[in-house]
Design a protein around this ligand. Structure first.
Ligand code: TRP
Length: 466
């Protein structure tokens, strides 16, 4: 009789895998946080929103909203020692709460599935561009030719598919090997390389002769460029960049031992993430200005504008290859955090071996990713309210699901769970706890709600009108 009752790996349903130490947890969390959001999105969004003034808003968003929600997520995961879905189920049953709170876990796994489906495609572009840069494909091209090159690339589903498949295979390979031999090894190798490459590129940027132009562009205080919209952009970006709202940080927190200090670790993670964003901006813009290019926006900055600079500078093949390697590493250490909650859930509950759980999840996400691949070619004309299928998946996850997930997490920890749990988990000085509690109860929900409401509003306005 008793045997039938336990359907999970351990009798109490908890996970037993753990990080080797707190440092590895921080490294993995920084790996999750640092991704396309830092190297591709942060530079152009801050440029568009008034540079230095935006960075100030971004700092406020990170410290007042991002860090409290990050602490809340890690706390939930570490306390339960389970993947997000089972963690929420655990809280609901042990504290006799409203069963609907379990949506936090399910929502996160679905959001992770959807985000990874397009994240993998864009990361595939970065992989392809690594080899292109190395082979000297950009030598002496102008912006028109690199634009054509990129246009022809994403218009070719077979080529994009190849790189997308390769990237997803790498992600599955790492996750399938488990926490210690998979995730840990991957971040141990890739994160130091990522920082090394960033510093090497910074040296190139400093020597470009236009470093100060980049600094001015990024840090120029232009209060007039700050609008309600840039406040929301700062909040939204802080959220995406810290990997909040879908349980990735909850998952990583569940592998953390009970003694690690949560507030201090979260601050380190946030500062490391922030520093990569700023360094990426300090690498990108001097190069853009050194070659008389337009600081432009969006995917075109990294895949069209930068290659022109790489094609003209001395050692450009190497510098360009390093840049796209940086982008690929950053994306890979984020992708594994998007896949892990689903795989951990499947292998916890269904007795599915980790290998099969990883392969099956990977294959399904890969299949769903075809919608993104085809959004740039075969299905490019399939649009609704001016958005392609890819635009909709991106929009639905980043603007709706993540803020909503973050809002629910903040409310759940600050208002639903007994306060004692947070106090026990944080075990920090009373005045630090008071600050955390105030931010999580009053500041974070309001901030996240604004992002969410703005996201919804934005959905109703067709893109073409913007
Ligand atoms: N933070 C990553 C980036 O900046 C993306 C990411 C990874 C993410 N995992 C996440 C975003 C979980 C939201 C939720 O690119």
């Amino acid at each position: 009789m008793q045997q039938q009752q336990s359907s999970s790996n351990n009798a109490d349903g908890s996970l037993h895998a753990q990080w080797s130490g707190r440092f590895i947890f921080i490294l993995a969390a920084v790996g999750s946080a640092v991704g396309l959001g830092n190297i591709w999105k942060f530079p152009y969004v801050s440029g568009e929103n008034g540079g230095g003034a935006f960075i100030l808003l971004y700092l406020l968003a990170i410290f007042l909203v991002g860090i409290p929600v990050l602490v809340a997520e890690v706390l939930l995961g570490r306390r339960a020692q389970r993947s997000p879905i089972n963690a929420m189920r655990h809280y609901v049953t042990t504290h006799k709460l409203w069963p609907l709170w379990q949506v936090i876990g399910w929502f996160g796994v679905v959001a992770g599935f959807l985000i990874l489906s397009f994240y993998g495609v864009i990361a595939g572009w970065a992989l392809a561009y690594f080899f292109r840069a190395l082979s000297g494909a950009f030598v002496a091209l102008d912006a028109e030719s690199t634009g054509k090159l990129f246009g022809a690339f994403i218009a070719d589903p077979e080529k994009v598919l190849l790189w997308h498949t390769l990237f997803m295979a790498l992600t599955v390979l790492i996750v399938a090997r488990g926490v210690k031999t998979g995730l840990e090894q991957a971040v141990r190798i890739m994160m130091p390389l990522l920082y090394l490459i960033l510093i090497a590129l910074l040296v190139v940027a400093v020597q470009s002769g236009h470093f100060m132009d980049g600094v001015r562009f990024l840090f120029a205080f232009d209060w007039q460029a700050v609008t309600a919209q840039s406040v929301l952009a700062a909040l939204g970006l802080a959220f995406f960049s810290l990997s909040l709202g879908m349980g990735a940080m909850m998952m990583y927190g569940s592998y953390l031992n009970k003694t690690a200090p949560l507030v201090q670790s979260s601050v380190i993670i946030a500062v490391a993430d922030l520093s990569v964003s700023i360094l990426a901006g300090l690498v990108l813009f001097p190069l853009v200005f050194a070659y008389g290019l337009n600081p432009g926006a969006g995917p075109s900055l990294v895949f069209i504008t930068l290659p022109v600079a790489f094609g003209q500078m001395p050692w450009g093949e190497l510098v360009g290859a390093l840049f796209f390697l940086l982008l690929s590493f950053a994306a890979l250490t984020s992708a594994i955090s998007l896949l892990e909650p689903l795989v951990a859930f499947l292998s916890e509950n269904r007795h599915l071996p980790r290998l099969s759980a990883s392969i099956w999840s990977g294959v399904l996400i890969w299949l769903f990713g075809l919608l993104t691949v085809f959004s740039f070619n075969l299905l490019a004309t399939v649009t609704w309210l001016g958005r392609t299928i890819f635009d909709w998946i991106d929009f639905l996850t980043s603007n709706i699901m993540l803020p909503l997930g973050g809002l629910l997490i903040a409310i759940f920890v600050a208002y639903v769970l007994p306060k004692k749990i947070s106090q026990e988990e944080l075990s920090t000085a009373p005045f630090i706890f008071a600050i955390f509690w105030f931010l999580l109860r009053f500041v974070a929900p309001v901030g996240v709600f604004l992002v969410f409401a703005y996201g919804l509003w934005d959905a109703l306005v067709p893109k073409a009108a913007a």
